[in-house]
Design a protein around this ligand. Structure first.
Ligand code: HEC
Length: 255
């Protein structure tokens, strides 16, 4: 009797040990997959910012009423974006290939190109000063085109705390809202630190990432004080202050 029990115990032990072993293999697979996804979210958000910086650095050219053709084709913006990417990361933006990451890189390059093609008549209009082709406007368009091209694979978006959102398309979803409010706005959150975890987006499971962005001096002309006063775009200033959390870049890589 005692021997029987011991045998059963041994069998159970072997089965349990086997299960632990198998599940650890699966966890490892899931984990390595997530670290690839994490690297991809970082890469895409870095390029997205690098491209937006081109539009930011060229604001006075874009708004120069004396000039017609500004020479800011998709090709030129992509070239400068890759340079910004390289100075931010010390490495080259990898060429698109047939991997998931490669397809995402192709889609974001195409999105930048398409936004710039569409913008040519606006930015090349001679005699017109301020054109409203702002970094955030460019970013929202690139995000929309990228996310459409990569439906069910990847998604990118520029968002902001709920009370600061101007473009309704940029409103944070529940997950983004929670991270912005209960992590990024906390005094002990280390400034600039991104947050990522697995979660769902529009009902689909995937890997989620969000990078905080803060108001610098140049942002306050439009997003600063006094709250409610009209800025140059005709929009209402948010009443933000220097260094305050102004937004976030959110990226999803679906399973
Ligand atoms: C010339 C005015 C102006 C300046 C300067 C400016 N913004 Fe904006 N910002 C806007 C407008 C207008 C929008 C809405 C864009 C749209 O319609 O998509 C916007 C949108 C945003 C958004 C997206 C969320 C939303 O409200 O739709 C973020 C984040 C943002 N700005 C952050 C910044 C930061 C950070 C800076 C400084 C680096 C900055 N902005 C500088 C006018 C400005």
């Amino acid at each position: 009797m005692l021997i029987m029990q011991f045998k059963q115990f041994k069998q159970h032990y072997v089965i349990i040990a086997g299960l632990i072993f198998i599940s650890s293999i699966f966890t490892d697979i899931a984990f390595s997959d997530d670290s690839e996804k994490q690297a991809l979210t970082i890469d895409l958000s870095t390029f997205f910012r690098a491209a937006r910086k081109v539009i930011s650095d060229n604001q006075s050219l874009i708004n120069d009423a004396t000039k017609g053709d500004k020479g800011l084709s998709g090709e030129v913006v992509i070239y400068q974006a890759k340079q910004n990417y390289q100075s931010a990361t010390k490495s080259e933006f990898a060429e698109p290939d047939d991997t998931q990451g490669g397809r995402c890189r192709k889609a974001i390059l195409e999105a930048v190109d398409e936004v710039m093609i569409q913008a040519q008549p606006l930015i090349n209009e001679q005699g017109k000063g301020f054109k409203g082709f702002l970094p955030a406007v460019f970013a929202a368009k690139v995000a929309e085109i990228f996310s459409k091209k990569m439906t069910n694979t990847a998604f990118i978006k520029l968002t902001a705390p709920k009370n600061y959102v101007r473009n309704r398309k940029n409103r944070p979803d529940t997950w983004e809202h929670n991270v912005l409010e209960s992590k990024f706005k906390k005094a002990n959150w280390s400034k600039g630190q991104s947050f990522s975890e697995r979660g769902t987006h529009k009902g689909r499971p995937g890997f989620r990432f969000i990078l905080p962005e803060y108001y610098g001096q140049s942002c306050l002309a439009c997003h600063g004080q006094p709250k409610g006063e009209r800025d140059i775009t005709g929009g209402k200033k948010e009443g933000g202050v220097l260094g305050e959390l102004g937004g976030g870049i959110s990226v999803v890589i679906y399973d």
